[in-house]
Write a protein that binds this ligand. Structure first.
Ligand code: UDX
Ligand code: UDX
Ligand code: ADP
Length: 480
């Protein structure tokens, strides 16, 4: 395999490939980085002032490197030919049909990229799986490469490919921070001389800014599985605390106090225990479903059931919250205006994939509520797209008659009966609640799905407030 990397090609200019390879370009000025994509709109956006991905700090890095050692292009073949190392960062969504439907990852984008590399490569390359893939994907890539690639280069020397697994652990909204200062970098390779050499070449790239002790080399399969495992363990913490939030609400315990009390034990730790309306994002659900599918196909039904429960609990968190809204508004929200604040799956991103807000709005639509939505970063088109049921003819028109999108939070709340907070955007902590109260229907309700408001302060203004995981405000009469 190549031992010195001068040019890197990244296939897939999305949430993973874009930020990751921009940071590599920033930290390795001696390496040329070409990010390619089949989607010309995406590439045009990366080449404009309006990047297709919003991440704090990303704009500055792209501006600094673009045109110097960072390039965005649709010429995939040329970029592959030029490079010694190719990152595969294409999407791997959950399959929506066929075998493993609803669970297995759809690998046809990974396969297409691999075939492309095989057919155009005229020199040896290191191929790096960046996308989250099911365990043993590298084996399929190997088979495709072996069956389809040129066997010798222009000078007649044999061509070889080494496949590495180098999963990305960045979280959206903090991508740049996570990339600049990662907890660890994981590099999986075959345990052969060539495999280790390829891993060494990738290690060298990261060592331009990451301390060598944080770079952990493992076997290929461990690396592939660790990515799924890490996300499953993180999601499990959220489902665990969300399950406890239901007990808190029923008993009068306060989930923040419970989480803090538990988190003080170092074995448990205090992070990722924030109760919420439910987790979203492109990774957690997809990766757990993937793990469930893997377990099932290995004949490990109990293991599959165990992880499936994390998803089931998340669906329950969302439906329980939606039900609370309907019940509290006297069992009907039909034709009532409900303001939804936040549509992204978390703050500081414009990404809505698997966002809890989508599920909640679906419930509200089924109850025939009138919904007004405000999110600081999600485009109107994206919201309408997410709200439209695929396959329902004319649903678009129906959505537009039922859903309004507003330019700011106060407009969304005007004349509403209830405000539902779905995303923890910082600006929602600073709203002028007094003014909002004055313009809402009464009684005015706030449902805080993220625990970001000061409920007592809102109550003093006249609001009726429900926060996830906070017990009833009116105590049992025996305590009154
Ligand atoms: C996640 C992993 O954190 C990251 O390491 C991996 O590489 C990709 O998947 P991401 O999906 O971008 O990152 O966001 P994350 O911060 O993990 O949040 C996921 C969801 O969980 C969000 O909807 C968030 O609001 C929710 N969440 C997170 C909670 O509800 N409570 C918490 O305590 C933490
Ligand atoms: C536990 C809690 O740790 C303690 O805080 C609480 O006050 C009482 O219950 P204990 O049951 O004494 O303490 O032991 P602990 O160290 O938690 O181990 C419990 C079991 O889990 C043991 O069988 C141990 O072997 C097992 N264990 C623990 C594992 O299998 N893997 C681990 O990583 C940790
Ligand atoms: P992720 O969050 O995993 O980065 P995205 O959907 O944001 O997912 O990005 C994946 C990108 O990969 C998309 O922009 C898509 O157009 C691109 N892509 C998918 N298949 C190919 C392919 N065969 N060649 C080049 N780009 C591809």
């Amino acid at each position: 395999p190549p031992t010195k990397v001068r040019t890197i090609c990244c296939i897939g200019a999305g949430y993973v490939g874009g930020p990751t390879c921009s940071v590599i370009a920033l930290k390795c000025p001696h390496i040329k980085v070409i990010i390619v994509d089949v989607n010309p709109d995406r590439i045009n956006a990366w080449n404009s002032d309006d990047l297709p991905v919003f991440e704090p700090g990303l704009d500055e890095i792209v501006k600094q490197c673009r045109g110097k050692n960072l390039f965005f292009s649709t010429d995939i073949d040329e970029a592959i030919r030029q490079s010694e190392l190719v990152f595969v960062s294409v999407n791997t969504p959950t399959k929506t049909s066929g075998m493993g439907k609803g669970f297995a990852a759809d690998l046809h984008y990974v396969e297409a990229s691999t075939r492309r590399i095989a057919s155009v490569a005229t020199s040896s390359k290191i191929i790096v799986e960046k996308s989250t893939v099911p365990c043993r994907t590298a084996a399929s890539m190997r088979t495709i490469l072996d069956a389809n690639s040129n066997s010798v280069d222009e000078d007649g020397s044999p061509i070889s490919f080494q496949i590495l697994s180098n999963p990305e652990f960045l979280a959206e909204g903090t991508a740049i921070r996570d990339l600049l200062n990662p907890d660890r970098v994981l590099i999986g390779s075959l345990d052969t001389k060539e495999g280790k050499m390829a891993a060494g070449a990738l290690r060298e790239i990261y060592e331009n800014w990451v301390d060598g002790s944080k770079i952990y080399e493992t076997g290929l399969w461990s690396s592939e599985l660790s990515k799924l495992a890490a996300n499953a363990l993180l999601a499990q913490r959220i489902s665990s605390i969300n399950s406890l939030s239901a007990i808190c609400e029923a008993t009068g315990a306060d989930v923040d106090e419970v989480a803090h009390a538990c988190g003080l034990d170092k074995r448990i730790g205090d992070r990722f225990l924030k109760a919420s309306v439910g987790f979203g994002g492109s990774c957690f659900q997809k990766d757990i479903l993937n793990l469930v599918y893997l377990s099932e196909s290995l004949g490990l039904k109990e293991v599959a059931d165990y992880w499936q429960q994390v998803i089931t609990m998340n669906e329950y968190s969302k439906s329980r919250f939606a039900k609370k809204v309907v019940q509290t508004l006297f069992n009907t929200i039909t034709m009532k205006k409900v303001a939804v604040l936040g549509f992204a799956f978390k703050k500081d991103t414009g990404d809505t994939r698997e966002s809890a807000a989508i599920t909640l709005c679906r419930y509200f639509r089924q109850e025939r509520a009138l919904i007004s939505i405000y999110d600081p970063k999600v485009s109107n088109n994206q919201i309408y797209l997410d709200m439209t049921e695929p396959g329902v003819i004319d649903d678009g028109a129906a959505v537009r008659s039922q859903v309004a999108i507003c330019d700011n939070a106060e407009d969304a709340c005007r004349d509403a009966e209830a405000v539902v907070i779905c995303t923890e955007w910082d600006e929602f902590r600073q709203l002028d609640w007094q003014r909002i109260y004055g313009r809402m229907k009464k009684p005015a309700f706030v449902f805080d799905g993220r625990g970001i408001t000061d409920a007592n302060k809102l109550r003093s203004l006249g609001f009726r407030v429900h926060t996830v995981g906070k017990g009833p405000q009116i105590m049992d009469p025996i305590w009154a």
